[in-house]
Design a protein around this ligand. Structure first.
Ligand SMILES: C[S@@+](CC[C@H](N)C(=O)[O-])C[C@H]1O[C@@H](n2cnc3c(N)ncnc32)[C@H](O)[C@@H]1O
Ligand code: SF4
Length: 384
């Protein structure tokens, strides 16, 4: 029986000072003043339309303000936006409110105001502490600004903060990648997102590929980095996410366990369980900021239903990214399907040594083995 899972909110801010050559996110270089107040008003309009789609009572367990570069907007704008949102959907007592911030000097000056506005978690886009690597990535900040942004974040009261670091960078050695992690760990974050650089279509790097480290260096980086993080008590709970004890991101966990989220802002995606109608829908807003501003249908959501036969694989595509996998009851509540639907495929993966079933306190938990975790796409194919 389909049940309504916890509800999160994603807010997208689609502008950046400069477009990075590896980035395929919905982010647009802006050389003029940003229409900040106007965009905040449109976000509210967008939010109210999504709000009307919800059935029953709700509480928000997390909000993630991502981009683009949300740290181009002021603390006052977010204070206003968050208070208007809370009037419509109450915040849970331990709500996690994250803002993605770039580590430029101008941004760091706004950190205190973000904290005052009720934002209680920062995600800092550090990427690397090596100036040469940063410059090859086309970043506009340097390592000194990165370090100083972390100091300021802590000074103004952010006890809970994440560092985004990338590895496998052009010209990067294993020693350099591990050094980046060591510097990051020494700054005492609660969470590290450690992504391997991927070359995405429609990016400058795709058209003019830089020389990336060869395969055995990439493997060495993975092994050494993972060991280092583990030794410093950062537990890997998702493919690229590592957290200190009990500091996993509520927002990410809800997303990966097939929870619900509203997605507002240009190009934002959402997912909603309409339990009373036995439907699960995905929403998507228009991508281009200039179209999002249109008075006619700028904030209309494109709505697609997840068909019954696709629910299992959609659930698994998220849940199997989690190191701990999922439990049987959660699968049934979030997909509305009986576990028998996937039992045969799970069994076959267990026989291949790619999945495992663990019983903890009468709950059946299903996850990938270490081998299955390495070949996640192959595992998922079994469920298609
Ligand atoms: C929404 S993005 C950007 C956030 C912020 N504007 C910034 O650049 O720091 C979130 C994170 O995804 C990672 N990322 C972006 N593009 C990537 C790529 N092509 N390969 C791997 N990681 C990537 C970066 O670590 C980045 O901080
Ligand atoms: S600053 Fe972040 S979102 Fe903007 S272009 Fe660079 S990577 Fe993409």
């Amino acid at each position: 029986m389909l049940e309504r899972p916890p509800l999160s909110l994603y807010i997208h801010v689609p502008w950046c000072v400069r477009k990075c050559p590896y980035c395929d996110f919905n982010s647009h270089e802006s050389t003029t003043d940003l229409p900040e107040q106007e965009y905040i008003d449109l976000l509210l309009d967008d939010f109210l339309r999504d709000r009307a789609r919800l059935d029953g009572d709700n509480k928000l367990v997390s909000i993630f303000i991502g981009g683009g570069t949300p740290s181009l907007f002021s603390g006052d704008s977010y204070r206003y936006l968050l208070s208007r949102i809370e009037e419509q959907i109450p915040f849970s007592e331990n709500i996690e409110i994250t803002l993605e911030a770039n580590p430029g000097t101008a941004e760091a000056e706004r950190f205190a105001a973000y904290h005052d506005a009720g934002i209680n978690r920062l995600s800092l886009g550090i990427q690397s502490f090596d100036d040469q690597c940063l410059s090859r990535l086309g970043r506009i900040h340097n390592s000194e600004e990165a370090l100083s942004a972390i100091v300021i974040a802590k000074q103004v009261g952010f006890e809970n903060f994440n560092l985004d670091l990338m590895h496998g960078l052009p010209g990067q050695s294993s020693r350099q990648a591990v050094k980046d992690l060591k510097i990051g760990i020494n700054s005492e974050p609660t969470h590290i997102s450690w992504y391997q650089l991927t070359i995405e279509p429609n990016t400058v790097f795709y058209n003019r590929p830089p020389a990336l480290p060869v395969e055995n260096i990439l493997e060495e980086i993975q092994t050494n980095g993972h060991e280092l993080l583990k030794g410093k008590d950062f537990r890997q709970y998702e493919v690229s996410a590592y957290a200190m004890s009990n500091q996993e991101s509520i927002h990410n966990l809800n997303y990966w366990s097939f929870g619900d989220y509203l997605g507002i802002g240009a190009g934002a995606h959402g997912k909603l369980t309409l339990a009373t109608e036995n439907r699960i829908i995905r929403t998507r807003k228009v991508k281009q900021p200039k179209h999002y501003f249109s008075a006619v249908n700028g904030r209309d959501a494109e709505i697609k239903e997840i068909p019954m036969q696709e629910r299992s694989v959609e659930f698994l595509m998220n849940a199997l990214r989690l190191r701990e996998g999922f439990n049987q009851a959660q699968f049934e509540k979030r997909t509305g399907l009986p576990f028998e639907k996937i039992a045969k495929a799970v069994e076959s993966q267990i026989e291949k040594g790619l999945m495992q079933i663990v019983e903890i306190d009468d709950e059946i938990s299903i996850s990938t083995t270490s081998n299955g975790y390495r070949f996640l796409n192959d595992v998922l194919e079994e469920f298609l």
